[in-house]
Design a protein around this ligand. Structure first.
Ligand code: HEM
Length: 418
């Protein structure tokens, strides 16, 4: 008999929606087990968390991704691309993404994003108050398109930014939010499909190192070009997720405000402090709650019999705060990354395991690089005040954000001598 506990309740879908980020962690704490069984969307589901569970979850001999994520999420957030692929076809496609992430191209991303940020900040000087979250979304949408080689006309910026933001914002939402995400996705895919066709026909010229060129000319394992629809989805997968960084940027700015001792350290940036600050921001603040996969073949782990095709969910948020790996996990302490062991399984804000072999986020380096660069820019090249506002954030909404979006006032661009 399996010793693994079952969560109370016939089906816990509503509890998950209501409790959000804390649902999995709270159940594991209550049941005193890193693995438990429940029903989600009417299906038996095994939920697990912690580094050991993550190591199992990212073992490709044990799990596959096809039809793991609910259809509504595929229609709103992810689309039909790399996320749901398995085996050698996945590795081949993943390689396409990783070929975009050379050191030169990461530097280019940083330079483009800083240039867009600085241009935007010029405008802030003329405004009494700005909402940082909204500003970051636009800066990142502009940066992502430029980096990807996707032309974005000035009169399209607002629409395309809103659409990408809506997709990212849809994932843990009500049916209305998911529907909005789906509409946004359909509009984006149509646009990017057209861009792919234009690039293939030579109507748009994209340099060979850009995602647009790489995807438009990518051949699958059978030597065939991707169909334009799939190519559009994958092009979207190189731009849209950059907007997720806006959540971490706002949380980071809030962390600076709530922990003022970090500001001077960030300004000096001794021993790569900004890196530790960015890592702690990704660990501490919630963004991606969990991921789903299916069992590839029967196996037993932690006293539980995993059966072929069973649905399994890995708790990202709870793993990043697991007391076995993190001291005082509910405290924001960038210094903890000074002697962190670098495990690919205990710190998984963008998935775990290996970037090449598994599903770990292809944009993790970009994310960290942009975060560091922006945090340094905020403390070295800007002064601003933070008015009284509602900075609380709900752990039951997914994704989540400080309620005010983080307002800043009286912005001035300055140059600090460091
Ligand atoms: C996959 C999070 C930024 C491209 C993922 C996954 C997560 C994630 C949770 C799924 C991991 C899994 O399936 O096990 C994030 C977060 C970001 C971010 C939180 C920023 C705050 C980016 C950026 C890019 C990107 C900037 C591209 C430029 C991808 C791709 C995958 C992926 C292509 C699919 C990988 C695969 O299935 O093999 N990301 N991501 N992401 N991400 Fe990101």
């Amino acid at each position: 008999k399996s010793p693994v506990p079952k969560a109370k309740g016939v089906d816990n879908t509503m509890a998950l929606i209501n409790e959000g980020f804390e649902f999995l962690r709270t159940r594991r704490q209550q049941l005193e087990s890193d693995i438990f069984e429940t029903r989600l969307l009417g299906k038996k589901t095994v939920c697990m968390g912690g580094a050991e569970a993550a190591e199992i979850f990212y073992d490709e001999e044990k799990f596959y991704r096809k039809n793991a994520v609910p259809k509504v999420l595929k229609k709103s957030l992810l689309g039909n691309g790399v996320h749901g692929m398995d085996g050698s076809a996945h590795k081949h496609r993943k390689q396409m993404f990783l070929s975009m992430m050379t050191p030169e191209r990461l530097e280019a991303m940083k330079d483009i994003a800083l240039e867009e940020l600085d241009a935007k900040a010029q405008g802030w000087e003329k405004q009494q108050e700005v909402v940082l979250f909204d500003e970051m979304l636009e800066v990142l949408a502009r940066s992502g398109c430029r980096w990807a080689g996707v032309p974005l006309k000035e009169d399209e910026v607002k629409q395309r930014t809103e659409e990408m933001a809506r997709m990212v914002d849809s994932f843990g939402g009500s049916l209305d939010r998911l529907k909005e995400g789906k509409q946004a996705r359909e509009s984006q895919e149509k646009w990017l499909k057209g861009i792919i066709k234009d690039a293939r026909a030579g109507r748009i010229e994209a340099p060979p190192y850009t995602p647009l060129y790489i995807i438009a000319n990518h051949r699958d394992q059978n030597g065939k070009l991707l169909d334009a629809q799939t190519a559009g989805v994958e092009l979207n997968n190189t731009i849209r997720p950059l907007l997720a960084t806006a959540y971490f940027l706002v949380f980071g700015a809030m962390a600076m405000h709530e922990h003022p001792e970090t500001v001077g350290k960030l300004r000096e940036d001794e021993n790569d402090y900004s890196h530790k600050f960015a890592q702690e921001t990704r660990r501490f603040y919630p963004f991606a709650p969990a991921m789903a996969a299916r069992v590839k073949k029967n196996f037993t782990w932690s006293g539980y019999d995993f059966k072929k095709d069973m649905l399994v969910v890995l708790d990202f948020f709870g793993t990043n705060r697991h007391p076995d790996d993190w001291e005082a996990p509910d405290e924001f302490r960038p210094e903890r990354f000074e002697d962190w062991n670098g495990s690919p399984f205990s710190f998984i804000p963008q998935g775990g395991g290996d970037h090449y072999m598994g599903h770990r986020c292809a944009g993790e380096w970009t994310t960290v690089m942009v975060m560091r660069a922006f945090f340094r820019y905020f403390v070295r090249h800007l002064t601003y005040t933070v008015p009284k506002q509602d900075l609380s954030y709900s752990l039951s909404r997914m994704p989540t954000l400080p309620n005010s979006g983080f307002k800043i006032r009286h912005v001035r661009r300055v140059k600090f001598d460091v």
